[in-house]
Design a protein around this ligand. Structure first.
Ligand SMILES: [Zn+2]
Length: 369
């Protein structure tokens, strides 16, 4: 019932629309127009306005025609930069970018699967319960769109987020909590050639602190990274300031708190030892969840997989998604494999057979039998 050609063409059309985080205006308009063939109940909130983006989240409702659970289908509209002027290249069953941009299968594969499932429902007059479709903005910037969404919109029994690597039947049952740690190290400026002894090099202090940190994979459920360093003005000035920004994630909150405390301690102790000062800020971006295999959202996904003859795979993810926010707000939501591979990289790609499989799985989630 999934029309593979229509699905692939829709995917190619979506990735050709520029939609880096905060710049979702064009794709938002395209999607509202596309959804209007299924329902008149389409809203756009003002999420973008709250953080400087040019579009809001789309909330669309499609009335059910059969007794069935009320289901949320969710994906995000923004893509990881660089993604301006994406030129998708078809190579047999593989679609990739030309190498100068990401492909944006994260998360346009998810959007295409949801829209094609709606096409199939309508085209074949299939029975389904009430459907809630939420396409968010700026998911890639710490889930800003989902955080800004008014929780009153989350009126469904459970939800599925089409935003994960993996294929049809891959069901994400847990995801970590995620903290951002941002530090500013203050030293003392001085002329690097004439009186360097009067300065305190903030970059040197920060690098000593980072060198002491446990980073990378900490254990099976905990990771940490320093991702950004910004500082310095000229080679002839001993730098008096540097910003260090990183993150830690864990599916175990105690371990997350311990890792963040460790990173903070490395910065503070090192700064004190080397005559600098440091200001450290920690922000909790989103909370972990862990779904039992027995709860309705997971059981529903298992039944959908079985209806397609697929073996369900339960996966613990190291990444976050809009599902973290929806779960925190009380709507049980699970991410599903949506065919994307190597997301957040220039060699991101997708196999069209996996895309068709994920669309069939999305349809099985909403097709009431
Ligand atoms: Zn994504």
């Amino acid at each position: 019932m999934i029309d593979t050609n229509r699905l692939i063409n829709l995917f190619l059309e979506l990735v050709a629309i520029d939609s880096e985080s905060g710049d979702e205006r064009e794709i938002c308009d395209f999607l509202k127009q596309y959804l209007s063939q299924f329902t008149k109940d389409i809203q756009e909130d003002n999420a973008g306005a709250s953080f400087g983006g040019n579009a809001g989240n789309i909330i669309a409702r499609i009335k059910g025609n059969a007794p069935a659970p009320r289901i949320l289908l969710n994906a995000h509209m923004d893509v990881i930069a660089p993604a301006k002027g994406v030129k998708p290249v078809r190579d047999g069953d593989i679609i990739r970018s030309d190498g100068s941009t990401t492909l944006g299968a994260d998360d346009k594969a998810g959007i295409a699967c949801i829209l094609e499932a709606l096409n199939a429902i309508r085209g074949h007059s299939l029975p389904h319960g009430d459907l809630l479709v939420i396409f968010t903005v700026s998911e890639e910037i710490h889930l800003k769109g989902a955080h800004a969404l008014d929780p009153k919109h989350l009126d469904a029994d459970f939800g599925f987020t089409l935003d994960s690597t993996g294929v049809a039947g891959d069901i994400i049952t847990s995801s970590p909590s995620h903290d951002t740690i941002a530090a500013r190290v203050f030293g003392r400026a001085a002329h690097a050639g004439m009186e360097p002894e009067k300065g305190t090099n903030a970059i040197w202090v920060a690098s000593r602190a980072i060198a002491r940190m446990k980073l990378g994979r900490i254990d099976s459920e905990t990771t940490a990274n320093i991702g950004i360093i910004k500082g310095g003005r000229a080679t002839n000035i001993v730098p008096d300031q540097v910003e260090v920004t990183g993150e830690a994630r864990s599916r175990n909150l105690e371990k997350l708190d311990a890792q963040i405390a460790h990173m903070k301690e490395c910065l503070e102790t090192t700064a004190a030892q080397l005559g600098a000062t440091v200001k450290v800020g920690v922000q909790r971006e989103y909370m972990a969840y862990k779904h039992s295999e027995q709860i309705p959202v997971i059981q529903h996904a298992v039944a959908a997989a079985a209806s397609l003859g697929l073996e369900p795979h339960f996966i613990s993810s190291g990444g976050g998604s809009d599902a973290n926010v929806f779960n925190e707000r009380g709507l049980p939501t699970a991410p599903m494999g949506a065919a994307m591979q190597n997301p957040h990289r220039l060699d991101e790609f997708l196999n069209v057979n996996d895309l068709a499989g994920a669309a069939r799985f999305t349809l099985a989630l909403v097709h009431a039998k």
